[in-house]
Design a protein around this ligand. Structure first.
Ligand code: SF4
Length: 787
């Protein structure tokens, strides 16, 4: 760290300086600049939009000033919350935080950090294979039930503690010891049983007891990775996940995912307490924020859930048992009258009837004799409840109005929540538990349907074909499941509203450019402007290109004919290609072969889809001049993709062909000599055709201007995808590699559909435009020079 950083000393208050926290002696130039600017901006409640090329050390650039602001008693900040959409990045933040701690000057206490993961990741029983991952949540819940029952049966706190301690104590007598790689639980190897012969979880019993004795919550010391948390909880004999939850507000650094900030349900259940002016938010991989939040804000309500919710209301209102009696009492405590609950139930029944009618209408429209041949019905029906390009009120909303049901619709969220709470609390009263209710989620989503704008949300009625006939149902329900769906089209307002709840934010990625578009689509310009209710925020753009030696890389934008759906036709129908298609395919065939043959190392070929990836792999395998093994990536499970990656990295140089929408072109580290060349063919624009994409385009046109709708919603994200893939190669000072964007849209600015304008200045300087005639010779020359 330089003198300038060091000079920001511990100061009068004794808190650490940027230099104390930055763990290396020599930051990259980009890190030096960005940490200083961020330190200033965060203190002004600012929002940073930071693009830093892959390998430029963004993680530390953001963590260092954010943690320094938290340690500074002059600020309001208490914690940093980092969210990322890529699991591997979670590890990167943990590692960088660890290296900060490892290099702190003497006397500076270590940063406390927790990673937010699911129960399954830290459960000692799951870790040792005693609970299968297939039904983990219901198994965990059933092991907790006897513990809850014991608690409910005891009259006072001391009695509860006594019972839970006894349960934990009895589990110590079992045979063997439950242990993992670096932990040993104080319990026997097998899951213990209680007096009723029901299996129970001693970790949970001990946790409940300890929380009664001392309820300050868990305070992490140092960086607690999921395996540290597992070891800590298991050694202490307490449920690691339950402990983790109690420690959220005590950690200085929390590392989670987008759900923890943007999914309404996760926020309500877990992270509400973390969202506020005392938290600095860092969003990693922020180029994907728009698409991720669009997904998180989209919601379904199934006929099944409506039916279950109705059943819950009936149970509370009409049953005679103890549970219902307690539930009615709780319902009233929640401020919901029986009359309101009845009205809610009546409304849900009307919605179910509407769904049934809509299902039959769809099937009648398809074939009036549908009931005679249920086996032979089409796969799915997607029935638009409004025109995609006309953001009018949808037909469901209109039906509610026509039927005069608006009043019943108004309080659904409150009543649904009241019924769910009443059932959960009543279950505890009678010594049981209830981990799932429907009335709350049905009420919440119906309320969102009512209150969310019609342009922001596209609505559909969906019939989904069952895998096999469901004989217990009758009519169409044997063959289909029905639901209504609200798809988010444009998430900029909700993103801006959520960002405004934090003290300050950093949105970062290797590919945010063009910055002006990014600021508009994620609502940052709105934050800068401010509103009646909130003061405008200072917003700063920070852009840092590749800081590595230029001679180590060859970056080309090739003037090949655009590789569009129209130009290239279907890869499977080569016998039907016309001359033009054949010519386009030949151009790309030559480029693919040139890059694969000239590269003395691993090559990643990125095509617009998996099918195109298969085409590339086929032509490479057929060519006798290609000496490398050729691997093909397809849509597959995480384990299969991991296996493919391992094969690719091991042994001799290979070629891997994939689709640009897959998982191998983003967030995967190909550092060192794992990758020598990346070739991107085409611009992977998604959303050509389809009602939902049309609705997205309309929303973007209405918000950002008619000429910008398609570009902002689809073209710009596609260019970011391509740049992500290109960023896999060259991630360090001594890495050497070739990066090729093949498609004239990247190369020729005069084209009406050029995308070169969406590359940042530093990439434009890097990516020289070139024809394909001299590609082979040029690449050979580069590698000779590099060798
Ligand atoms: S309560 Fe905790 S330790 Fe027990 S089974 Fe569930 S996750 Fe595992």
């Amino acid at each position: 760290m330089t003198a300038a950083h060091r000079s920001q000393s511990q100061g009068d208050e004794g808190h650490p300086s940027l230099g104390d926290l930055f763990p290396f002696d020599e930051p990259y130039e980009a890190q030096q600049d960005s940490t200083t600017r961020l330190a200033e901006l965060l203190r002004q409640r600012g929002v940073a939009v930071l693009e830093g090329a892959c390998g430029s050390g963004k993680t530390l650039s953001a963590l260092t000033p954010a943690l320094q602001a938290v340690r500074d008693p002059q600020t309001q900040f208490e914690r940093v919350l980092v969210i990322t959409s890529v699991k591997q990045q979670l590890r990167a933040f943990e590692q960088d935080a660890q290296s900060i701690n490892d290099n702190l000057p003497e006397g500076v206490p270590p940063i406390s950090a927790l990673s937010l993961v699911g129960k399954e990741d830290v459960c000692p029983y799951a870790n040792q294979g005693h609970i299968s991952t297939d039904d983990f949540y219901s198994r965990c819940n059933s092991l907790c039930d006897p513990v809850r029952r014991a608690g409910a049966s005891a009259p006072g706190i001391q009695e509860k503690i006594g019972l839970w301690d006894r349960m934990a104590g009895e589990a110590m007598d079992g045979s063997g010891v439950l242990e993992g790689d670096d932990w040993m639980a104080p319990y026997g190897e097998s899951i213990p049983t209680d007096d009723e012969n029901d299996e129970y979880c001693p970790f949970y019993a001990s946790f409940r007891s300890e929380m009664q004795k001392e309820d300050t919550g868990f305070s992490p010391h140092g960086i607690m990775t999921p395996s540290d948390m597992l070891a800590h909880g298991a050694d202490a004999g307490q449920c690691p996940h339950a402990l983790m939850r109690t420690g959220l507000e005590n950690a200085e650094l929390l590392i989670g995912n987008y759900y923890h900030v943007f999914d309404p349900v996760t926020v309500e259940r877990l992270t509400t307490g973390l969202i506020g002016p005392e938290t600095i938010l860092i969003i990693d991989e922020a180029h994907g924020l728009e698409e991720s939040v669009r997904g998180l804000l989209s919601d379904d309500i199934s006929r099944f859930a409506l039916d279950r919710a109705t059943g819950e209301v009936e149970k509370v209102l009409n049953s005679d048992g103890d549970l219902a009696k307690h539930a009615r009492q709780y319902l009233s405590d929640e401020g919901v009258s029986e009359q309101e609950a009845r009205s809610f139930s009546q409304f849900l029944k009307s919605v179910i009837q509407w769904i049934d009618n809509r299902a039959i209408d769809n099937l009648e429209d398809h074939d009036s004799g549908w009931l005679d041949d249920l086996d032979d019905l089409p796969e799915d029906f997607e029935d638009n409840l409004r025109e995609p390009d006309e953001p009018q009120p949808d037909e469901f909303s209109e039906w509610v109005e026509d039927e005069g049901l608006e009043n019943q619709w108004e309080d659904v969220a409150k009543i649904g929540q009241g019924i769910a709470t009443a059932l959960v609390e009543a279950a505890k009263e009678v010594g049981g538990s209830r981990d799932q209710t429907y009335a709350d989620s049905v009420g919440r989503i119906l309320d969102r349907w009512r209150t969310c704008g019609h342009e922001q949300y596209f609505r559909q009625f969906i019939l989904e074909k069952r895998d096999r006939m469901y004989e217990r149902e009758d009519g169409w329900k044997q063959a289909y499941r029905a639901k209504i769906r609200m798809h988010n089209c444009i998430p900029s307002d909700p993103i801006a509203e959520r960002l405004d709840q934090f003290g300050a934010s950093v949105l970062m990625s290797a590919t945010l450019a063009p910055m002006d578009v990014y600021r508009e689509v994620v609502g940052i310009d709105k934050l800068a402007e401010g509103s009646e209710d909130s003061v405008g925020r200072p917003v700063e753009e920070m852009v840092y290109g590749l800081d590595f030696p230029e001679e180590n890389r060859r970056s080309l934008a090739l003037k090949t004919t655009p590789f569009t759906g129209d130009n290239r036709d279907n890869p499977d129908y080569d016998q039907f290609w016309d001359d033009e298609t054949e010519a386009v395919r030949n151009e790309y065939r030559n480029v693919i072969l040139d890059v694969a043959k000239t590269t003395p190392g691993n090559v990643l070929i990125c095509m617009p889809s998996y099918r195109e990836g298969e085409w590339a792999a086929k032509l490479l395998k057929r060519d006798s001049g290609v000496e490398k093994d050729v691997h093909t990536d397809k849509s597959s499970s995480e384990e299969e993709t991991e296996k493919l990656k391992e094969q690719f990295f091991a042994g001799e140089a290979k070629v891997l062909c994939t689709g640009l929408r897959g998982t191998l072109t983003e967030g995967v580290d190909y550092d060192g000599d794992r990758l020598a060349a990346v070739l991107v063919c085409g611009v992977p624009i998604r959303g050509l055709g389809g009602d939902y994409p049309d609705a997205i385009q309309t929303a973007y046109e209405n918000r950002f201007g008619e000429n910008n709708g398609f570009e902002y919603a689809f073209t710009v994200p596609a260019v970011r995808k391509a740049r992500q893939a290109i960023g896999r190669v060259i991630r360090g000072d001594d890495e050497v590699g070739v990066r090729v964007l093949a498609d004239a849209r990247y190369a020729e600015e005069w084209r009406w559909n050029n995308v070169r304008e969406y590359l940042p200045e530093y990439a434009l300087e890097d990516f020289q435009t070139a024809g394909i005639d001299l590609l082979n010779a040029g690449l050979e020359r580069f590698w000779e020079g590099a060798n």
